[in-house]
Design a protein around this ligand. Structure first.
Ligand code: ZN
Ligand code: ZN
Length: 365
């Protein structure tokens, strides 16, 4: 079928909205009419060649939400008309998947980053030319996207799809890092380094978990202001003060939990250095491959933990409905982070995100 998609023709180039051909769904696939799609830093990492993906031309987009248009013959999870959020795909049979750790799927790249279906066939073309698609098994910078039954999550009809789009990656990653991985007890202290979409979702999740000291660290004062409105008890502008001293000061000896959401070795060092004994530092910030960090080994030896966390350790089918229920109850107002743009203004949305002017741009189709 003919679709409208934002395509990248050269590495680090601009997005161009063009007409492409999308394949029909296979037996295990779901065709989704995309209502909205969030833009995430991983899309830009793909654009800039920082992911193990084939070179352009490519269609990115992995925070799609929409309505099921049609389904393959063997699909039983959803039916046409259902509202769905799209997440990442996984094989479902490897040892990580069998443990429910689907983001650590041993075949993750093949299912999400190969520019094609996991069997190697492509879903997108322009005339005779194959276009790399199937990004996170969706490529949802488009008005229609092909997903697998595995990575569509059915959501309620009464919450606008345009709000739910970022659930599929950024929001789930930040909230899950706290609720699934760190699991702070009520009354605990936590310091979140970097309050973009992931860190801000972590702040909201810390509220849900009953943390009583929630410290947001960032260099953008407007983000810190929003973090405070959303539940941070303290904010630290790392451009103005030494964040390590400030956190130690506020907590009287260290934050029991910290979360690195920036993807910067210096910030990870800070996030570890604010821990007291038995403290746990979660790492969600994405860095280029082979990035190294210097840590105080003696400090870690004394009962501190540094934990890498992908995708909030979440199983999308189980976790997204929980977050939606919290949102419905007014306990997880993640929609406050969103700025909407028309699909055709994708380049303006990307620029605004890169400049730090918006936290979570969402394109309306
Ligand atoms: Zn797997
Ligand atoms: Zn993402």
């Amino acid at each position: 079928m003919e679709i409208k998609a934002a395509i990248i023709s050269e590495m680090s180039g601009a997005f161009h909205v063009e007409q492409l051909e999308l394949d029909d769904p296979n037996d295990d696939e779901v065709l989704v009419r995309v209502a909205a799609v969030g833009i995430c830093h991983t899309d830009l990492a793909g654009r800039d060649g920082h992911l193990p993906i084939p070179p352009p031309p490519s269609v990115f987009g992995h925070e799609g939400a929409g309505v099921v248009e049609s389904v393959g013959a063997r699909v039983t999870k959803v039916k046409p008309g259902d509202h769905v959020v799209l997440a990442w795909d996984y094989c479902g049979v490897c040892s990580a998947c069998k443990q429910g750790k689907v983001l650590y799927c041993l075949n993750f790249f093949q299912y999400n980053f190969h520019g094609a279906r996991s069997d190697g066939t492509t879903t997108l073309r322009k005339g005779d030319q194959a276009i790399h698609g199937s990004f996170f098994c969706q490529s949802s910078f488009a008005d229609f996207a092909l997903a697998n039954e595995r990575n569509v999550v059915k959501v309620p009809y009464d919450i606008p799809l345009e709000i739910l789009a970022p659930m599929g990656c950024g929001v789930m990653t930040g909230a899950g890092a706290v609720m699934n991985s760190l699991q702070p007890r009520p009354g605990a202290s936590i310091a979140v380094f970097g309050v973009g979409n992931v860190g801000m979702s972590a702040v909201l999740a810390a509220m849900v978990c009953g943390c009583t000291t929630i410290i947001a660290v960032d260099v953008h004062s407007d983000r810190l202001e929003l973090a405070r409105e959303l539940g941070a008890t303290h904010t630290i502008n790392a451009r103005e003060v030494d964040p390590i001293e400030a956190v130690l000061d506020i907590t009287g000896g260290g934050a029991e939990f910290s979360l690195e959401c920036v993807g910067n070795p210096k910030v990870l060092r800070q996030a570890v250095d604010v821990l007291p004994r038995l403290g746990v530092c979660g790492l969600t910030g994405v860095v280029p491959p082979f990035t190294e960090v210097n840590l105080n080994m003696d400090l870690i030896m004394n009962g501190r933990t540094v934990k890498g966390i992908l995708g909030g350790d979440a199983i999308p089918d189980l976790f997204i409905p929980k977050l939606i229920e919290l949102f419905r109850q007014g306990r997880f107002p993640f929609d406050r982070m969103i700025t909407f743009y028309p699909f055709d203004e994708i380049n303006r949305a990307v620029k605004d995100m890169e400049m730090g002017r918006v936290i979570k741009p969402v394109l309306r189709l």
